[in-house]
Write a protein that binds this ligand. Sequence first.
Ligand code: FES
Length: 139
Amino acid sequence: MGATRRTLLTSPGAAAACGLVGAHDSPAAAGSGEPAADPVAPVVDPIALGPATDIPVGGGKVYSTAMAVVTQPVAGDFKAFTSTCTHWGCQVTEVENDQIICRCHGSRFSANGSVVLGPATLPLGPKAVTVKDGQITLG
Ligand code: FES
């Protein structure tokens, strides 16, 4: 006779076969006291973007290879966002007249990342940014 539904649902082999055993079931998480590394969280190294003088007050600059846009809404206050548009996921390509522009369908975002013009309805996702010794670092 084959396995019953109960034996399939309760046997460890069945759980592994079904992909139900995750990172938190790993030996590190199961009793060593050491936290297991989260295999889902991306490791993001800081990325040097260049001089802060590249970012005009009230405007910004798109760093396409870093998939980020950095703005300076007011003097000395730098912000960074993902360059992925919240509408359908195109990359914003430029900052023009102090607005971050997605050319796919015309969405525009302010230097604070908020939507100025749809069809996007959600702000750009924030990213960590620091400015030290006049140099911008993402992450
Ligand atoms: Fe940006 Fe549609 S993906 S406006």
